[in-house]
Design a protein around this ligand. Structure first.
Ligand code: NAP
Length: 293
């Protein structure tokens, strides 16, 4: 298929690479020039990338980035023609997603929110899970592209519902990881080393996908970004905004948001969200010792 891929960050670069490897005709664009993808053409603007393609796929930081790439100067909007599909793998606001879809609908363009879970390794290995909102016939047309980048698709409902499900997934990841980080910190203070605790965690119901994924990085003290802390705070805020809109109270997540705010003040915005541990360690006056599993 002819695809424009917009946004070559941690996730987007790997996703576009897998599309090109699978034989799709890919044109890429990134805000900061100099990023290219082997086997793909590089365009100078979103409008140029989207010219004449069947599908425009985005993987951008946040709601404002998606809005400007779609509707800003040299945005995708000017190149949209009847029958095109926009798929968005950024994690952004569900209500803004519905609004963007309504704006492009008069041009005969369908909008499928397609946020992902699986992080950097899932993007690189083509094993992402897509959490999808949109009509079934349009999703069917996208299946060869999902197959090139991922291993599973969950259709949650109409456009916007993919984003709703994605933010409640990240709500859980943020809380589960914080539980793990607090447990490691208290254990260290109580004289129980991480490598002694880990086999117990792994043998019990405490073990989880989040712990399995994060433990080797944390114990190896590698806090480089798989999923940047600032982006997890963005998702925490998306969940809190959606909760406010729907009059739901999320006290645990509100507390975790405070921890992220201070971690960002401490200069950890571009590290992985696992680096909230560094703040807990600072408060406790201790460092969790371990070795990569
Ligand atoms: P990233 O590495 O920070 O990449 C962000 C991308 O967005 C870059 O291409 C950046 O361009 C672009 N961008 C930011 N602001 C922009 C703007 N105003 N206009 C145009 N382009 C803009 O982030 P990522 O980890 O790939 O994440 C991308 C999306 O996927 C986010 O919504 C994130 O929440 C979601 N996600 C990430 C993970 C993960 O584990 N990393 C997992 C699931 C979902 P520049 O190069 O010019 O900065």
């Amino acid at each position: 298929m002819k695809v424009a891929f917009l946004g070559l960050g941690i996730m987007g670069h790997a996703m576009a690479t897998n599309l090109a490897k699978a034989g799709h005709e890919v044109t890429v664009w990134n805000r900061t020039p100099g990023k290219n993808v082997e086997g793909a053409r590089t365009a100078a603007s979103p409008a140029e990338a989207a010219q004449g393609v069947e599908v425009v796929w985005m993987c951008l930081s946040d709601t404002a980035a998606v809005e400007s790439v779609l509707f800003g100067a040299n945005g995708v909007e000017t190149s949209l023609t009847d029958g095109m599909i926009i798929a968005d793998s950024s994690t952004i606001s569900p209500s803004a997603t519905r609004h963007f879809a309504e704006r492009i609908a008069p041009k005969g363009v369908k909008y499928v929110d397609s946020p992902v879970t699986g992080s950097k390794t899932g993007a690189e290995s083509g094993t992402l899970i897509f959490i999808v909102g949109g009509d079934e016939a349009t999703i069917e047309k996208l299946k060869p592209l999902y197959a090139a980048m991922g291993k599973k698709i969950f259709r949650i409902g109409e456009t916007g519902k993919g984003q709703s499900a994605k933010i409640v997934m990240n709500l859980q990841i943020a809380l589960i990881y914080e539980g793990f980080a607090e447990a490691l910190t208290l254990a260290a203070k109580l004289g129980v080393e991480a490598q002694t605790l880990m086999p117990l965690i792994q043998a019990s119901m405490v073990n989880s996908g989040v712990v399995t994924y994060k433990a080797p990085f944390v114990l190896g003290r590698d806090f480089s970004a798989n999923f940047p802390l600032k982006l997890m705070r963005k998702d925490i805020r998306l969940a809190l905004e959606a909760a406010k809109e729907s009059r739901v109270k999320l006290p645990g997540l509100e507390t975790v948001e405070d921890i992220y705010d201070v971690a960002i003040e401490d200069g950890h915005a571009d590290l992985d969200y696992a680096a909230t541990l560094l703040l807990l360690e600072k408060w406790a006056g201790i460092e969790v010792k371990g070795q990569a599993a």
